[in-house]
Design a binder for this molecule. Structure first.
Ligand SMILES: *Cc1c(COP(=O)(O)O)cnc(C)c1O
Length: 403
């Protein structure tokens, strides 16, 4: 039986529409498809593959743990889970860790914890969750409802209640709806899916102050910005704001599914035995890989290297733009960068993605107007140069087609 893209339509639920080619192998920031065609990977599995593909440190950790112990369930704890939790709490504001298997699940835990905390500390009249238009927090029904794109949450029947949305980077719009009934504010310090939009510093500080004023919890969703992506282990370190709860996933496992919610001991105390859980959460394989990824990512060399690579990306994109005038601006932090198309190419981000794939470079979009780059944090200068040369070819083709 040939395994082709056509088989996808025969056997898969059609909620995705993947590209025609099927990758079969990856190494570093290069990927090969079934026909042996090679691609430079500027997508990194959507901000997941922070050490590229098949990094030896990850392969070793995975195979070593695979020969020891795969799974126990949370009736028992395990060494990799405890070691990783110690490292995460040592490296952040947090004192307690809850493990999940994805970003959505980490956020689901954060929202449930916030509601339970409010109930136990402040009583029944403090349930409002406030989040932001264009925010993205995952696809479970609670998290997708808190996310700010109704298109993703409509059409599934009654939504979880007590959720409001306000404008990102607009403090007055938040202040207008906050009250002592506010239980938590959930925010991405830099909106990823919503178009690679950094929260400005004054805004984020203001959000923190409003939360303090109304005794509401501040939840930072760092599923996309976290684990070195912006040049610090977590983006909050650069904002001057410390959240009460932080969620992390994507790069946390470097390609192995894992998510986590980090918080303080006082807040964590409200998830008492039996209140929440996950069969796979804290699985030894996932935690062993994540621990190994962290040993590489959370080093000065790699984090400083992110800043250097950001500059290489920005320089290359500026050069392309000088020649072809396609971008309105390039924005983002570290290796979470978005090139917003100018009016002439508005709505055409996908054309650039497709043209890129034809030229042998994988990029992402964030909405219809932004081309997004979330490569490996250790992508080489050569890979960036070759990928950008291919991307320039792609831009030339799209521009020619629209002339
Ligand atoms: C990807 C993402 C999620 C969802 O993560 P999953 O692992 O797909 O559930 C949540 N929040 C943000 C900010 C994300 O980028």
């Amino acid at each position: 039986m040939p395994v082709t893209r056509a088989l996808f339509d025969q056997v898969m639920v059609p909620n995705y529409n993947p590209a025609a080619m099927i990758p079969v192998r990856g190494e570093g920031s290069r990927v090969w498809d079934q026909d042996g065609r090679e691609y430079v990977d500027f997508a990194g599995g959507i901000a997941v593959s922070c050490l590229g593909h098949c990094h030896p440190v990850m392969v070793n950790a995975l195979t070593e743990q695979a020969n020891k112990l795969w799974h126990l369930s949370n009736v028992l704890t395990n060494e990799p889970a405890l070691r990783l939790a110690k490292k995460l709490t040592d490296a952040t504001f947090a004192e307690r860790v809850y493990y999940a298997n994805s970003g959505a699940e980490a956020n689901e835990a954060a929202l449930k914890l916030a509601r339970r905390w409010a109930l136990e500390v402040h009583g029944e009249n403090k349930q409002e969750i406030i989040a932001f238009h264009k925010g993205f927090h995952g696809r479970t029904f609670f998290t997708v409802t808190v996310g700010g794109q109704p298109a993703y949450s409509d059409g599934f029947g009654p939504k979880p209640g007590g959720v409001q949305h306000v404008e990102f980077n607009n403090l007055e719009s938040l202040a207008a709806v906050m009250s002592d009934k506010t239980c938590a504010v959930m925010i991405e310090p830099l909106q990823g899916e919503g178009g690679v939009v950094p929260g400005n510093e004054a805004f984020l500080k203001g959000v923190r102050e409003l939360c303090d004023q109304h005794q509401a919890l501040l939840i930072f969703d760092e599923v996309q910005t976290g684990f070195g992506r912006t040049g610090t282990l977590y983006a909050y370190e650069q904002t001057g704001v410390t959240p009460d709860i932080l969620t992390t996933a994507k790069a946390l496992g470097g390609g192995f599914p894992i998510g986590a919610m980090l918080t303080t001991a006082a807040i964590a105390a409200h998830l008492k035995p039996g209140t929440h859980g996950s069969t796979y959460g804290g699985n030894p394989l996932a935690c062993a890989v994540s621990e190994a990824v962290m040993s590489v990512v959370n080093t000065k060399e790699v984090l400083d290297g992110v800043k250097q690579r950001e500059q290489w990306f920005r320089d290359a994109l500026a050069k392309i733009n000088d020649k072809y005038q396609v971008f309105k601006e390039v924005r983002g932090m570290g290796l979470l960068l978005g090139a917003e198309l100018n009016d002439k190419f508005k709505g055409k981000a996908r054309d650039f993605l497709n043209a890129g794939a034809d030229e042998g470079v994988m990029v992402l979009v964030a909405g219809m107007d932004v081309i997004r780059f979330t490569p490996s944090l250790i992508i080489s200068e050569t890979d960036i140069a070759q990928g950008m040369a291919r991307f320039e070819q792609a831009v030339a083709k799209v521009v020619a087609a629209h002339a």
